[in-house]
Design a binder for this molecule. Structure first.
Ligand code: CDP
Length: 776
């Protein structure tokens, strides 16, 4: 690859245009790197852009300016100009005055707990405060290997910032790259800032600051348990308390408080950041870690007695509080309970637009993709008939499964005389900062994963949010000026909400977490340092599930299959399906990848469950529907979409398929294919698409290898009863098998609304189910 040969610290030379692009301008003079790699410890990195800018773009000498390149990604001068403008904004962030305090504390202590409200600048500024610290440089070290030898290698040099969500990791990386005046990720070998999320990694050989999801950090730890390339790990948004953040903190506690031989004695700094003030439990958690380990400095033990350990633990951890900047936000409650919050939100949006003279964007919190898309449609329909003297309305959806390009549109400022209306899931609660918001509409609910022990699987439930989440949502209206928050629930309902979110580890399927721990060599799960200990019952269920898919051997240790699954960016069950398909041959694997890609988005079909739309959908999708069920229907849809060479958008509209969802499906499909190639499950062949009509049987049987327990059989009264647990379950109205009677069904998801529904359903034979269960 071009540029990879360049040494790390060579000047950040603008990348030449690609081979096929016409060269339109003279190559500009190379500009010095923006970051001073050799900065002294006392240097203030946040001043670096300013100084470098003054050096490189002297005022009053326009002739010295290099001509702009056609490719803005590589135009370092414009990158620096932008960085200098942003620097003025950064200086105003509440965290900015704390830079020295944070640096000083982290020079002395390895762990910092940092509390600061959303928008105070934690995620964007902390990596920039730290990247030029002396301890953040790549350090030569002698690292003992498993075979007893010692290897000379470089340890550290990079900062990782973990995020619970993909969208936040990408948008933060983009923002920090802009602030540091460096290209983003893989767009240039000189880029200092990159990101890594499931199905998408963009880094360069010079990456020093990397935003990544917690899941990706856990994946990296499978290959590099000591995180040797990092000098610091910043764990952001710990208050969200997803399972992965709990695992990350557990592993990190062991890393910072334990021995450092795997890092050649080089310390690892850990910063744990939260938007809510409850740091007591985290402080106790890390202190406990230091207490239970002998204190080490530079690889040497320096204290063993209990008192010394106690003293050591408090010395190792510092706490920093950033006072946020919050303007007053007026709360307006619904006078009576709301039954249809989509309809209520629609009314409030137009009430704001018509009656509120103060400009400002509207941020609406809804429960999921379906409600977001339903409201998007309604707002667009009503906006057509709006008084033309009013500003225009630009509706922007924001949910996790949205294709990246669409997600990023939310962050662009509204065009002139336009009010942005952002329709978001709880993704916008703390994870992402959208500027310009003055009005928040909160439906008071969120979709949460809930483990249903009797069924032994996760289901998505719409549940009331916690008080703490309601406060966060409200706060989004007061970031830049006073704002208003419309709560689509009554004040007495608010008072009944739980104080905080229940950690996910207490309410979800733990099989992925458990597999990750097992793959990392944690054999004794009971002794793992959990921030909150999961219920024993859920751990046992997860163990059984992993045993059922052969991911663990009989003694409870990780099996070869388990190791392969752990390295795939999929849930253990889907990972198992993928492996089973690979055993059936390349064609089956390709088909299964297509189906799994569809399962990674919420719904590829536009919502047509209402009676009048149902018929239209039947006709529009006639050639896609397969009588075998939803899995094969997804496959025929992906094939038809991928085979459409003229206008995919028009094709999707004709078939009432979500073009947006299909774009995401294609992204995931590409990534999964590439990972399967890397794992040598797929051949390196570009002509992969030239196959047709694989038999459905091996595909469905592969799925049964992961989903044998997600099956139900038809009973004489015409209903379906789950094979495990004997529960009544109905086929979801969105399924192509809705209303059909078949011998047995296999499903991907169990949804509980007013009754129990199976979603993502296919017809299977009971003897296949029997075989799959017997194989477990
Ligand atoms: O982490 P925390 O919520 O404390 O703040 P942050 O994410 O560092 O955001 C600080 C400021 O950076 C925000 O108020 C935005 O003005 C800006 N920002 C942005 O413009 N785009 C992003 N993707 C992230 C932050």
């Amino acid at each position: 690859k071009r540029g990879n040969k360049r040494k790390r610290d060579e000047p950040a030379e603008p990348q030449p245009p690609r081979d096929h692009e016409p060269i339109q301008s003279k190559k500009p003079a190379p500009a010095p790197p923006l970051l001073e790699e050799e900065a002294k410890p006392e240097a203030k990195p946040e001043e670096v852009p300013q100084r470098s800018l003054n050096k490189t773009a002297p005022k009053g000498k326009p002739n010295n300016k290099p001509k702009p390149l056609t490719d803005t990604k590589t135009n370092f001068t414009s990158l620096r100009e932008k960085a200098s403008i942003l620097y003025e904004q950064r200086k105003k962030l509440p965290i900015f005055g704390h830079a020295d305090e944070i640096r000083t504390k982290l020079r002395e202590q390895d762990v910092m707990l940092l509390v600061g409200e959303t928008g105070s600048g934690k995620s964007t500024q902390i990596p920039q405060f730290l990247v030029n610290e002396f301890w953040c440089r790549p350090t030569p070290a002698k690292v003992p290997q498993k075979d007893g030898s010692v290897k000379s290698m470089t340890v550290g040099g990079c900062i990782a910032i973990t995020q619970p969500r993909r969208v936040a990791a990408i948008s933060l990386a983009r923002r920090v790259a802009e602030e540091m005046g460096t290209p983003l990720g893989s767009s240039s070998p000189a880029s200092k800032v990159g990101y890594s999320v499931r199905f998408d990694t963009s880094t360069s050989p010079s990456t020093r600051v990397k935003f990544l999801t917690e899941g990706m950090l856990l994946q990296e730890m499978l290959h590099d348990p000591w995180l040797t390339r990092y000098s610091a790990i910043v764990v952001d948004e710990v208050h969200e308390r997803g399972v992965n953040v709990d695992l990350t903190t557990g592993f990190l506690r062991n890393l910072v408080s334990g021995k450092r031989e795997g890092r050649g004695g080089v310390p690892l700094k850990v910063v744990v950041m939260s938007a809510t003030a409850d740091m007591e439990s985290l402080l106790g958690f890390f202190q406990e870690g230091f207490k239970s380990q002998p204190q080490l400095q530079n690889g040497e033990a320096n204290g063993t007695a209990e008192e010394q350990k106690d003293e050591g633990s408090s010395k190792q951890i510092s706490v920093c509080h950033i006072k946020g900047r919050q303007f007053p936000v007026q709360t307006i409650y619904s006078p009576e309970p709301v039954h249809d919050y989509v309809d209520a939100a629609l009314k409030v949006i137009f009430q704001i637009h018509y009656k509120e003279p103060t400009p400002g964007d509207v941020l609406v919190f809804l429960t999921g993709q379906e409600t977001v898309e339903a409201l998007e449609k309604l707002v667009n329909e009503y906006a057509v008939g709006m008084d033309p003297s009013l500003p225009r309305i630009q509706v922007l959806p924001l949910f996790a499964a949205l294709p990246q390009v669409a997600q990023q549109r939310v962050f662009a400022p509204a065009p002139p005389r336009t009010r942005k209306v952002i329709l978001a899931t709880n993704i916008a609660e703390t994870s992402v900062t959208v500027s310009g918001v003055r009005y928040v509409v909160d439906c008071g609910k969120a979709k949460v994963k809930q483990f249903r022990t009797r069924l032994g699987l996760d289901s998505l439930l719409v549940k009331p949010i916690s008080k703490s989440a309601a406060i966060q949502r409200k706060g989004r209206a007061g970031r830049e000026a006073p704002g208003k928050c419309y709560r689509l629930y009554t004040e007495s309902d608010y008072l009944t909400l739980d104080e905080t979110n229940t950690p996910e580890i207490l309410r979800c399927d733990l099989s992925q977490a458990l597999l990750n721990m097992k793959a990392r060599g944690v054999d004794d799960i009971v002794r793992f340092p959990f921030l909150t200990r999961p219920p024993r019952e859920a751990l046992e269920k997860a163990l059984l599930q992993l045993l059922g898919i052969d991911a663990l051997d009989e003694s409870g240790g990780i099996s070869e299959v388990g190791l392969k699954i752990a390295k795939l960016p999929l849930t253990p069950t889907l990972g198992r399906v993928l492996l089973a398909a690979s055993e059936q041959g390349t064609e089956c694997l390709l088909d299964v990848i297509d189906i799994i890609s569809c399962l990674s988005v919420e719904n590829i079909f536009l919502n047509t469950t209402s009676e009048e739309k149902k018929e239209a959908a039947e006709i529009a999708r006639r050639d896609l529907y397969r009588r075998e069920g939803d899995h094969l229907t997804m496959l025929s849809t992906v094939r038809a979409y991928a085979g459409e060479n003229v206008d995919r958008k028009a094709w999707a509209e004709r078939h009432l398929v979500s073009h947006r969802a299909m774009q995401s499906v294609m992204d995931v499909r590409k990534q999964l294919r590439s990972q399967c190639r890397q794992a040598k499950l797929l051949p390196r062949d570009d002509r992969l698409d030239q196959h047709f009509d694989t038999s459905p049987v091996p595909i469905l049987q592969s799925f049964l290898c992961g989903f044998a327990t997600n099956t139900a059989r038809l009973v004489p009264d015409g209903s379906y009863r789950t094979v495990v647990g004997n529960q009544t379950v109905a086929i979801h109205p969105s399924s192509v098998l809705f209303g059909k009677k078949v011998e047995a069904i296999m499903y991907n998801e169990f949804v509980f609304t007013n009754r129990s529904y199976a979603r993502g359903v296919s017809a299977v034979q009971m003897d296949w189910v029997g075989e799959a269960l017997a194989g477990q």
